[in-house]
Write a protein that binds this ligand. Structure first.
Ligand SMILES: Cc1cc2nc3c(=O)[nH]c(=O)nc-3n(C[C@H](O)[C@H](O)[C@H](O)COP(=O)(O)OP(=O)(O)OC[C@H]3O[C@@H](n4cnc5c(N)ncnc54)[C@H](O)[C@@H]3O)c2cc1C
Length: 398
């Protein structure tokens, strides 16, 4: 359906083969190793990372940069979908959240020193990063509410605040946080916030606890509540400059959001595949499940919704490539509002067709559902994206 360049076609085939040969067969081992050392890097992950890197299946996400693989967002979309099929795969290809968004932020807005100190090891897959914006005490879907204080004191900034849902921060390998906070509470609303790099080993940074999603701890990366108490970093750690936090957020969240959507389509494809296999192999009331009208409807609706979401994702990616993330914001908001709900629906149907097996640990469906539900909140709740779409649509008439 999509015309892929020979290079992307070749990468796609290589990634598909890698998934078949190395990813799916090692999922159980990966989670066994996580049980043995919750926040450490599972040895199988490190082994597969080395393999993927040596094959050039590495950092495929970074568009418009000589540090990346030279693919644009649309091309990466086709590959990211395949990686998304397994929760353990994105990290193996150094393409996992929130690192892709963070690497792109440092690439775009960081100084040469930031790139040397942080981007280099991130691109090498030696360390991981987190994005620390959301706060427990304020409605963080409206980032103007963020209260964390970033106060200048001579050659340093002093940071005070509590963040939560900093994904990835539980991992032993997570060494750097991009923290959003207020540098000037009296400036105009959208110029109060800044983003600053904070090494997690800085005195005053405390990981308070890990947060669970419907009981899942999402080890080995996890989601952390972090306290920043009189944390001092050099003034040079600020990204782009004081008051530029919103400007960075606009640029950062585009790619990060769309990568989640691309991966969601991969998960949905895998769920539909599982649904069809189950419907073909199980008999109830004298006929295979797929011959019951409600099951065939579940299959048909899922196929329609996945393909609709894929087309919307590719449209958004193409728009980002052609016009930039800012101009593409309506398309980005559209797919961010559509893909997580599509994935929840497809997984819910797949669970139903699996019967009780669908809600237990024997298939990937239950944990994938729990994760999919969070995507209707993470990177902004559905309502905020729907608001953006409506606002941009209405601007043509006002
Ligand atoms: C698994 C997971 C991972 C996450 N990872 C990160 C991360 O790495 N870094 C990070 O900083 N944050 C992260 N988050 C946090 C996430 O981005 C926030 O939860 C989200 O932005 C919503 O903020 P809030 O929880 O404060 O909800 P609130 O802002 O309190 O909103 C609550 C609800 O109010 C309603 N609402 C809000 N605004 C509107 C509106 N304009 N119109 C109508 N209704 C509205 C919505 O129903 C919304 O769900 C993560 C969250 C989850 C669950």
């Amino acid at each position: 359906m999509f015309e892929l360049s020979p290079r992307v076609q070749d990468l796609k085939q290589q990634i598909e083969a890698f998934m078949d040969e190395h990813i799916y067969p090692n999922e159980a081992l990966f989670y066994q190793q996580v049980k043995e050392n919750k926040w450490g890097a599972p040895p199988i992950q490190e082994e597969l990372k080395a393999k993927a890197k040596s094959m050039g299946l590495w950092n495929l996400f970074l568009p418009h940069s000589e540090r990346g693989a030279g693919l644009n967002n649309e091309e990466y979309g086709h590959l990211c979908e395949i990686m998304g099929r397994s929760s353990i795969a994105p990290e193996v290809f150094n393409c996992s959240a929130p690192d892709t968004g963070n690497m792109e932020t440092i690439e775009r807005y960081g100084s040469e020193e930031h790139k040397e100190t942080w981007l280099k090891p991130l691109l090498a897959g030696e360390i991981r990063s987190c994005f620390s914006m959301t706060e427990p005490d304020v409605a963080s879907s409206d980032a103007t509410n963020i209260e964390c204080e970033i106060r200048r004191d001579g050659d340093e900034y002093v940071i005070n605040g509590t963040k939560w849902w900093s994904s990835g921060a539980m991992a032993d390998s997570c060494k750097i946080a991009i923290v959003m906070g207020k540098t000037d509470a009296n400036a105009p609303k959208h110029l109060q916030q800044s983003m600053i790099l904070v090494p997690l080993n800085t005195p005053g940074v405390t990981i308070v606890r890990d947060l669970h999603v419907f009981g899942y701890d999402h080890a080995p990366h996890g989601h952390a509540e972090i306290k920043y108490e009189n944390v001092r970093v050099p003034v040079s750690n600020i990204l782009l400059g004081e008051g530029r936090g919103f400007e960075i957020a606009q640029g950062r969240l585009g790619p990060g959001r769309i990568h989640h959507c691309m991966r969601s389509i991969g998960v949905a494809e895998r769920a539909l595949e599982a649904m069809c296999r189950r419907a073909a192999s199980r008999v109830a009331f004298g006929k295979p499940l797929y011959k019951h009208g409600s099951t065939s409807e579940n299959i048909a609706k899922s196929r329609c919704e996945i393909d609709q979401a894929r087309l919307l994702t590719i449209m958004a990616a193409r728009s980002m490539d052609q016009f930039g993330n800012k101009v593409a914001r309506q398309q980005i908001a559209m797919i961010k509002a559509v893909a997580p709900t599509m994935l929840c629906n497809v997984l819910d149907r797949a669970i139903q067709v699996h019967g009780a097996a669908g809600v237990c640990q024997d298939t990937f469906l239950a944990s994938a559902y729990a994760k999919a539900r969070t995507l209707r909140l993470a990177d902004g709740p559905d309502e905020v994206h729907l608001g953006t779409i409506a606002k941009l649509e209405m601007s043509r008439y006002l």
